[in-house]
Design a protein around this ligand. Structure first.
Ligand code: PLP
Ligand code: COI
Length: 340
């Protein structure tokens, strides 16, 4: 067993045994290769460096009490990577190649999947980048696929405890017909300045509104937004948010709990009426929100008034993480067990 402080891991990079790479050249993908070096050598005119021709995914591997390694809905990440790739003219990645890279990177780094009970998991980052040279704005003719892994603790340091969120009215991360619905680096570049400013004031993240009218809730920095009201799970419908696999799963779990589900436009003013609110995503899991501050409107919305996380957020968290760590029966067939 590795000597890592599993219970106190940050959400950060730890060097592991190896990463996996494949190359797209002359219209074809190569087989995967294993690299122990975590640096890459690339052309100074690579399109990922200049024109943001890069897309990525974020997924996790979980170790159960039985010691087995579990993946959660990995095919959904493979599909979404191809949707992102298509949006920025990156070639499609065959499902079999995604699977081989994914399973190999976990097998070769299996001792970095944290032990059960530590709350930690292994974060997997598939990355697809234009590495061919271009100076004019054109797609590259060569691409590199990289899968790296790192053991991580909770994205928000406090884990499953309520956080504060700041409504961002001065910056947009995505436009209605822009790239907010795909996972490309440019979306994060557009939001990093405002989110670091917010963190200095102890806000866990920013809440973005629809860029056109600034009337509806879009999503939080690294996660989708959901609310509970009158036994209903409510989450935004918007062309500029990332279709979160966690959120889609919570929708199914909410139905299992007998909740109604509404995916619709949510006006900011509705925050006054919600009983529970939270952020959800692979990294964030469920991060309950206790305060949402709208500085420009001089308004604050507060939740978890008794100091406790809401009943349905807690139930959803326990169900989701229970399935991921193998403690709850996987009735939806979301889990793939890796024989390592
Ligand atoms: N929204 C954004 C902007 C994200 O970066 C993420 C993380 O991937 C999510 C939402 C949550 O998506 P998922 O649940 O698929 O991880
Ligand atoms: C994830 O939840 O997987 C993310 O990619 C969010 C963030 C770390 C970018």
């Amino acid at each position: 067993m590795l000597n890592l402080d599993w219970g106190n891991l940050p959400f950060g990079y730890v060097k592991t045994n190896c990463n996996i790479r494949a190359y797209y050249r002359e219209g074809k993908w190569s087989d995967i290769e294993v690299f122990t070096d975590d640096k890459i050598d690339m052309h100074i005119a690579a399109t990922c460096l200049h024109y943001g021709q890069e897309c990525f995914e974020g997924m996790k591997a979980y170790r159960g009490k039985d010691g087995k390694i579990r993946l959660f809905r990995w095919e959904e990440n493979a599909k979404r990577l191809n949707v992102s790739a298509d949006r920025i003219l990156v070639p499609q990645l065959p499902l079999e190649l995604f699977k081989k890279a994914l399973f190999t990177v976990i097998e070769k780094n299996h001792e970095f999947v944290p032990p059960f009970g530590t709350g930690a998991s292994m974060y997997i980052r598939p990355l697809l980048i234009g590495t061919g040279a271009q100076v004019g704005i054109n797609p590259a003719s060569e691409y590199t696929l990289i899968f790296f892994v790192t053991p991580v603790g909770p994205y928000f340091k406090c884990g499953f405890a309520p956080v504060d969120v700041l409504i961002e009215r001065n910056t947009d991360r995505a436009a209605p017909q822009g790239t907010g619905n795909v996972k490309v680096g440019g979306n994060y570049a557009a939001s990093v300045k405002a989110s670091i400013e917010a963190r200095k004031e102890n806000f866990s993240s920013l809440m973005y509104l629809d860029a056109k009218e600034k009337k509806y809730i879009d999503e939080c920095g690294p996660a989708n937004f959901f609310a509970i009201k009158d036994k209903t799970y409510i989450t935004p419908a918007s062309p500029s948010i990332l279709p979160s696999i966690t959120n889609n799963s919570l929708i199914e779990l909410a139905k299992d709990l007998g909740l109604k589900v509404e995916r619709r436009k949510i006006e900011v003013s509705e925050l006054d009426n919600f009983e529970e609110v939270g952020q959800c995503g692979t990294a964030a899991v469920i991060s309950p929100i206790k305060r949402i501050v709208d500085k420009e409107k001089n308004k604050e919305y507060t939740f978890c008034k008794d100091g406790n996380v809401g009943v349905y957020s807690t139930k959803l968290y326990n169900l989701l993480t229970g399935i991921q760590f193998g403690e709850v029966v996987d009735t939806h067939n979301w889990i793939t067990i890796l024989e390592v």
